[in-house]
Design a protein. Structure first.
Length: 242
């Protein structure tokens, strides 16, 4: 495991405070860009290789919408939704009373036992955590051998588009965050014991008419080995526990 653990200049508690503050508008704001928002779930299912009776960790779960997709794909799975925001947990419970939720207080120390999960999805979370390598080490600790981790996060190139969108349209915001370049994310995996088996950029054009967004996806799919890939606002990483 990595000995040097870079830490961002905010605390996990500050992240919790942000998501508590915007919990009431979280679902409403995502509905405005629903196809782009939900792409993360569809993409994830293409990589998780779910099987019956697998135990799946969804961290951070927000309104727990990923559970719908997982259980539709494989009803026999047990999904644990881990969330740092009590406000979002309340939203999730109201929308999906059947879900299993666990409150986490820190991304650096997770309240799970060693070798507990068969699959992990971490969607747009890494960019928020105070100690990203420690977070990945914790995900490694709670995974069984050969666990598949699907992780998504925006790259550094998304910072300016994010600020423009927020200035024009508002939204729930991101709170404390640092969008990392994909090369840094790959180094984090190496330092925390995860073996990267797949990476690609997606969502080149996040807003606009459907035909334009579709053309953007066709373009970025063809240009994965170029700098264009890094312009996709959702970078997808698939790893296995070594």
């Amino acid at each position: 495991m990595g000995k040097r653990i870079p830490q961002n200049n905010w605390s996990d508690r500050e992240v919790e405070t942000h998501w508590d503050r915007v919990a009431a508008i979280y679902v409403e704001e995502n509905e405005r860009v629903k196809e782009t928002h939900d792409q993360r779930f569809i993409e994830t299912l293409g990589h998780l290789e779910l099987e019956k009776e697998m135990k799946v960790l969804n961290i951070t779960s927000r309104d727990a919408e990923a559970t719908d997709y997982i259980l539709k794909s494989e009803p026999g799975c047990k999904v644990i939704n881990a969330e740092i925001s009590s406000g979002l947990m309340d939203v999730a419970k109201e929308l999906r009373p059947f879900i299993d939720q666990v409150k986490i207080d820190s991304y650096s120390t997770l309240p799970f036992t060693d070798c507990e999960f068969d699959r992990i999805l971490s969607l747009e979370t890494l960019e928020h955590v105070s100690e990203p390598i420690r977070f990945l080490e914790e995900l490694h600790r709670v995974s069984v051998n050969n666990t598949i981790l699907v992780l998504t996060c925006p790259p550094a190139t998304s910072e300016i588009p994010y600020r423009i969108y927020t200035a024009l349209f508002g939204g729930h915001g991101e709170g404390p965050h640092r969008f990392p370049p994909s090369r840094r994310v790959k180094k984090m995996f190496e330092c925390s014991g995860w073996k990267l088996i797949h990476h690609r950029g997606t969502v080149l054009i996040p807003v606009g008419p459907a035909w334009l967004r579709k053309q953007g996806e066709l373009m970025i799919k063809k240009l994965q080995k170029t700098w264009i890939s890094e312009l996709g606002i959702r970078q997808v990483y698939v790893c296995k526990k070594q």
